[in-house]
Design a binder for this molecule. Structure first.
Ligand SMILES: Cc1ncc(COP(=O)(O)O)c(C=O)c1O
Length: 358
């Protein structure tokens, strides 16, 4: 099957040199060589996350560390601020783990306001709060800076961020923002194959986790931290060593591109897609909260998205249908990872040609 260039919001295109780093001959996950590898990768990721906090890795996709975060950082009650499917997932994860939790779900297409966050936290009921940075189902991006003054007022609340579809595509200054746990997955803006996730973990989150009795096993964040501290950059079970090699190579590529250049490229791709969406369709989210990494576009022309994708496939391209209840009502174009403006233009041109858009 010929490869179709991916404009879906994960997995994203993976560069050949990153794919070939995945096939580096295996080493033992308890070897000194592995320890050096995880340490090296950690230092590079800390730079991209603008943090001096430890980086926890998991040989799972991002949902695993989302589970670890809400379970380990809630002693009293968690509040999940949702703007779509993945916010709702955090709520379901908490419920499934028996973590006391409430959910505040914004009208789809709108963001989480700092006022609503303040309103919930001021009740004193909560000691953990989650916010979705980029909601992949609705294309809503919550700008993190707006919540900083609110979280400053509630120092007992551990602030967890879902940056699964934003980290490495936009600037997230973890320490400056005061984010306690920021979770991301490998298969989005980091442009690696799926199967690895990582999280930043603040001293406040660590202290909270110490007070939580049932932290589970595989996603016990204190266990992950213990193996980093005591074994020296290792992982409690068997790490996906191949992903670590790939991330090492990819971080070198990202550093070579330059963080600011990478963030700028994402903004440029978003501007091109959003302008096109407004010309021929309409954006699903309110424009002021439209995501820099994925655009959710209203299917105002009533096309059959699946048929469009079949035609695109013949040209070696693919985009994404709407997610869940938004299927066929919307379609999504990811502009993340290592895609370039010219790639996005190629896709948009192909859609215009297939649908004879004027
Ligand atoms: C915003 C967001 N959060 C969470 C997830 C779940 O991540 P994963 O599939 O890596 O478990 C996704 C996946 O698409 C996502 O887009």
């Amino acid at each position: 099957m010929p490869h179709k260039k991916l404009f879906i919001p994960g997995p994203t295109e993976v560069m050949p040199e990153v794919l070939s780093a995945m096939s580096t001959p295996m080493i033992g996950h308890r070897s000194g060589e592995y320890t050096e590898l995880q340490k090296r990768v950690t230092e590079k990721v800390q730079k991209l996350a603008f943090t001096s906090n430890p980086i926890l890795f998991s040989a799972s996709s991002g949902s695993g560390l989302m589970e670890g975060a809400i379970r380990c950082c809630t002693a009293k009650r968690a509040i999940v601020f949702s703007v779509g499917t993945f916010g709702n997932r955090w709520f379901e994860i908490a419920e499934g783990n028996g973590v006391p939790v409430d959910k505040e779900e914004a009208e789809w297409g709108k963001g989480t306001t700092p006022e609503i966050v303040d309103q919930y936290l001021s009740t004193g009921k909560y000691d953990c709060a989650t916010i979705t940075n980029s909601e992949t189902s609705t294309g809503v991006m919550n700008q993190l800076e707006q919540y900083v003054p609110v979280f400053k007022k509630y120092p007992d609340v551990v602030w967890c961020i879902d940056a699964v579809s934003s980290f490495a595509g936009i600037k997230i200054e973890v320490d400056k923002l005061g984010v306690d746990v920021m979770v991301t997955s490998s298969q989005k803006c980091l442009a690696l194959p799926p199967g690895l996730s990582l999280a930043t973990f603040s001293p406040k989150a660590e202290e909270r986790a110490k007070t939580v009795k049932n932290r589970g096993y595989y996603f016990d964040l204190l266990q992950l931290l213990k193996f980093i501290r005591e074994k020296g950059f290792q992982y409690p079970s068997t790490m996906s060593v191949s992903h670590m090699y790939a991330l090492d190579t990819q971080m070198d590529r990202i550093i070579k591109e330059g963080f600011d250049a990478r963030f700028k490229r994402h903004k440029e791709m978003a501007a091109v897609v959003q302008a096109w969406a407004k010309k021929y369709w309409a954006l699903y989210p309110e424009e002021k909260v439209a995501s820099t990494t994925v655009s959710c576009i209203k299917n105002t022309r009533g096309i059959n998205v699946a048929d469009l994708n079949k035609e695109l496939g013949k040209r070696g391209l693919t985009l994404s249908n709407g997610y869940g209840k938004l299927k066929e009502q919307t379609f999504r174009i990811a502009h993340m990872g290592d895609l370039q403006v010219k790639d996005v233009q190629e896709l948009l041109g192909a859609v215009e040609d297939i649908l004879k858009l004027k």
